[in-house]
Design a binder for this molecule. Structure first.
Ligand code: ATP
Ligand code: MG
Length: 252
């Protein structure tokens, strides 16, 4: 697979591996934020990453999403070696294979919900406009905001805006959904709904979902929970069976 191709997550099996990823900012004397961080994920898996503020969670997500480069180590999505992509190929990899959801929705205020969801499809020239429109409408339905398709972001609740952001992240049928504290601005009920939506998307469509969160209750709903500690990822155990996670206390 080259970065210009994208697998259809509904029909393909694929694998993500990050092996011994390190990141030093401002070398040669700057801090080592990641030190041999490793994770593996197969199609349809959900992985939560927890850890204290400043432990490097966003840095790791950015490296997997090719928004940042590792100092050493390897990140692969099937045969794509993400760590060695040129800037152009990295941009293609991102637009075709990765969906990002952040704490802030980053919706454009002058566009309707539907137009915001369609926006990333414009980056892919081969995409048929009618097909993209239909897919956007279907995604709005799936995330439960189809009745608000023509509303502008300012007219929506926080939960509705984040659902739109998730639909936008899915418009190009990515294999990977990378979510950096996606529920940070939501109340408890909406946070649970968003996380359950991620689990459903992974199950139904085979997408790999990686979510950074400080909320252990939400992390426990995922297949795996990893804690970033001193630059490495450690398994927190089988999530729902792990007493440390069942308590749901907030990380700091
Ligand atoms: N571009 C950069 N240049 C220098 N240092 C950076 C840069 N980006 C992040 N850092 C530092 O790397 C460390 C890890 O940052 P990161 O944003 O990955 O942490 P985090 O675990 O996501 O924290 P939070 O939970 O607060 O979001 C922090 O100490 C941060 O200041
Ligand atoms: Mg962060």
């Amino acid at each position: 697979m080259t970065p210009t191709q994208n697998l259809n997550p509904e029909t393909q099996n694929f694998h993500l591996s990050a092996i011994d990823v390190t990141r030093q900012f401002d070398p040669p004397s700057g801090p080592w934020v990641l030190q041999q961080a490793s994770l593996e994920a197969s199609a349809g898996e959900t992985i939560a990453i927890v850890g204290p503020s400043g432990s490097g969670k966003s840095t790791l997500l950015n490296i997997i999403g090719s928004l940042d480069s590792a100092t050493s180590g390897s990140v692969r999505l099937d045969t794509i070696d993400i760590t060695s992509l040129s800037p152009n190929d990295a941009a293609t990899y991102r637009s075709k294979n990765v969906g990002f959801v952040f704490q802030d929705h980053h919706l454009l205020p002058q566009l309707t919900g539907l137009e915001n969801v369609l926006l990333p499809s414009l980056a892919i020239q081969s995409r048929d406009r009618k097909v993209a429109y239909q897919r956007a409408s279907d995604l709005l339905e799936r995330v439960g905001v189809s009745s608000r398709a023509r509303a502008f972001p300012a007219e929506l609740s926080g939960g509705e805006r984040q659902r739109l952001a998730i639909a936008r992240a899915l418009i190009n049928s990515p294999q990977l959904l990378l979510c950096d504290e996606p529920t940070g601005n939501l109340d408890h009920d909406n946070a649970l709904k968003v996380v359950d939506l991620f689990v459903e998307l992974a199950r139904r469509q085979g997408i790999i979902v990686i979510m950074v969160t400080h909320n252990l209750e939400l992390a426990a709903r995922f297949d795996k929970c990893l804690r970033l500690h001193e630059g490495r990822l450690q398994s927190v155990g089988g999530t729902s069976s792990d007493p440390a996670l069942r308590g749901g206390e907030e990380e700091t």
